[in-house]
Design a protein around this ligand. Structure first.
Ligand code: K2U
Ligand code: ZN
Length: 173
């Protein structure tokens, strides 16, 4: 298991669509393990492969975030949203690639997602609550979309400029 460096916005890898996974290999299993370790360490409740510079359609999440909750790690390969509810939910979202910036994003309240598990089997589940918000946020990452893309241009530009300044300061060490 190894911690992976999280790609920070702005970065072209966060704006590209990731590539479908052809088969579950030992490398992919190691990547999923490393992504879960990186997510828990951040800490976060979701992480998509492009956020660790791997352009595969793979995401991990664990929204059982109550402290005493037993972890419920999930690995979704080639996830697809197959149904969304009419009802919508607003949640103040953050992003591990855009640290310390939060904004309200409206999304469908419930979604049904199909994916391939690490066992190669196709799975299908309906998500609601924070799980629904998180899985949509992560699938957006696989399509090169960030939560700030739902904001008004001025707010998005302000966040991007602040992240450019942060990255310049980090580069200066
Ligand atoms: O993809 C990511 O950057 C991880 C996201 C996942 C997420 C964002 C918004 C809403 C739900 C999930 C977060 O940074 S994980 C941090 C976090 C923790 C608790 C609640 C919301 C966000
Ligand atoms: Zn994110």
């Amino acid at each position: 298991m190894a911690l992976r460096r999280i790609v920070l916005h702005p970065d072209p890898r966060l704006k590209k669509a990731a590539t479908p996974v052809a088969s579950v290999t030992d490398d992919l299993r190691r990547l999923a393990d490393d992504m879960l370790e990186t997510m828990y360490d951040a800490p976060g409740i979701g992480l998509a492969a492009p956020q660790v510079a791997v352009m595969d359609r793979l995401l991990v999440m664990d929204c059982a975030k109550e402290d005493d909750a037993t972890p419920e790690p999930m690995v979704l390969i080639n996830p697809e949203v197959v149904w969304t509810s009419e009802d919508r939910n607003v949640y103040e979202e953050g992003c591990l690639s855009i640290p310390d910036h939060y904004a309200e994003v409206e999304r469908p309240k419930e979604v049904e997602v199909t994916w391939m598990g690490l066992d190669g089997k196709t799975q299908c589940e309906r998500f609601d609550g924070l799980w629904a918000t998180c899985v949509q946020h992560e699938i957006d990452h696989l399509d090169g979309k960030l939560f700030i893309d739902y904001l008004k241009p001025l707010k998005r530009q302000m966040i991007t400029r602040k992240m450019q300044k942060l990255k310049r300061e980090m580069a200066r060490g």
